[in-house]
Ligand binder design. Sequence first.
Ligand code: ARG
Length: 562
Amino acid sequence: MKELVIKILKKALKEKDIKLRDKEIEKLIKIPPSFEMGDYAFPCFSFASQLKQDPVQIALEIREKIGNPPLDFDDIQTSGPYINFFVGKKELARKVIWESITYKNKFGRGKIGKKKKILVEFSSPNIAKPFGIGHLRSTIIGNSIANICEFQGFKVIRMNYFGDWGTQCGKLIFGFEKFGDEKKLHENPIKHLFDIYVKVSKNKKYDKEARKWFKKLEEKDMKAVMLWRAFTEFSLEDFKKRYKELGIKFDVYSGESEYNKKMKETIIELKEKKLLKKSKKALIVDLKESGLDVFLIQKSDGATLYSTRDLTSAIDRYKKYKFDRMIYEVGQEQKFYFKQLFKVLELMGYGWVKNCVHVDHGLYLDKDGKRFATRKGKTIFMKDIIEKTKSLAEKEIKKRLPRINKIELEKRAMKITIAAIFYGDLKNKRSNDMVFDLKRFVSFEGDTGPYIQYSYARATSILQKTKNKEKLEIPELEPKEIELVRKLSDFPKITLKAYESLNPSLIANYSYQLAQLFNEFYHLCPVIGSKHESFRLALIESFRQVIKNSLNLLGIDPLEEM
Ligand code: ARG
């Protein structure tokens, strides 16, 4: 619709000798604060000095040049220095219903990513620790961002850059040598490895030994390599199980260890580009001039670092994928670190670094507002989170359907679990800290994932009761219907904004508002047997499609029945 408004204005403005490009007109167009003032408003102040005329007069003259409003508009009026456009409600309804029902899961897609490639790195847990709550935010947000990019037409590469190298590996190897138990390792590898990790981490006096073992690992000591390989395999297997449960897929698993060999080249390159400095016995890149302190490249004992691997992997990824954009979904604690990383890449002369972004997020807090601890054995395992949520979901389902069979119960409970956890996170602006409260997340009422799934299931059940075959006639619309139509037509705008700000909460909040409007509409407007049955059914079908598309972007499956 906006395009049409621009077109109409461009023509009228030209007749008044004001030549503006589409983009310039677009910038001037405002969305009025209330619908009584129209759907779009065009202010005429900015031409006053050029035309030496009162803006109110200018508005009147431009309005005159427009002539009769085209079919798609109910009216075009002036109000002081503004020209207000009133989009035809029936037209709007026809358009959104037709488009959503025709394009289905493609409705709302954008084109800005066409023929472009984007690499989204997210989740990236560490092998020394089980996949726990610490990496859940990155997993949920990164997954949704990847979906949002895909919806704009990008080819998306989903990458898991898991941490399988570094002193933490030394801790595990040393710990296993000291406290390990072959039998326990095979029975419950994740738990056993975690117990060892906690034992070693608790005691500072083991740090030196752990570093020594990591050094050995870097030097390819047979024993160290063998144990490391086994630990990595056990951990990866566990990660993959969790991703499968959550319905999350990766195109590439790329561990930090992949860059062992290539790291030397990076160090040489830094030296050749005269960026490397010695500081005591360590190697650094000095970023003080840019206010970014120093970036450590090699420790004094010669061991390499997280930072060196990141540099190497970024360069390698660009060579391999030639991405147009790269996103790192990693917690806020690493904000400064990523600034340093990008600065070093810039100094190395890699122009593509301007297309790299660190997309950060805040912390999960417990109900007392404290952060969830992950050290000292207090981490919360993903497996337990899922099980706990699932049992809460089962309780909710059984309240409504006491006799549901076990298989169906299991299936629904899992989908509700994902909706609860994902939505509970995504409804918050990602940079904010948020309270992780499963009980609240799982509720079927209020601003929750299950509530939105429930609204979808409700729409499905209404549609199943009838067959809507009549030709679409649009009647005079009730106020609630207009609101719902407007909200539905907002969807493409919202998906674009979510991409531009890399912020899935826009979609989450939108889907809640949409579900609420739908429920209000259904409460106020009788559907089956009413005079407007066929239109209202079409509206419900449109709602059902749009809410489904929104949920998909959040990584949540809708449920046909609840
Ligand atoms: N494994 C890291 C951690 O747990 C996150 C990796 C983030 N990605 C990166 N390219 N540095 O903290």
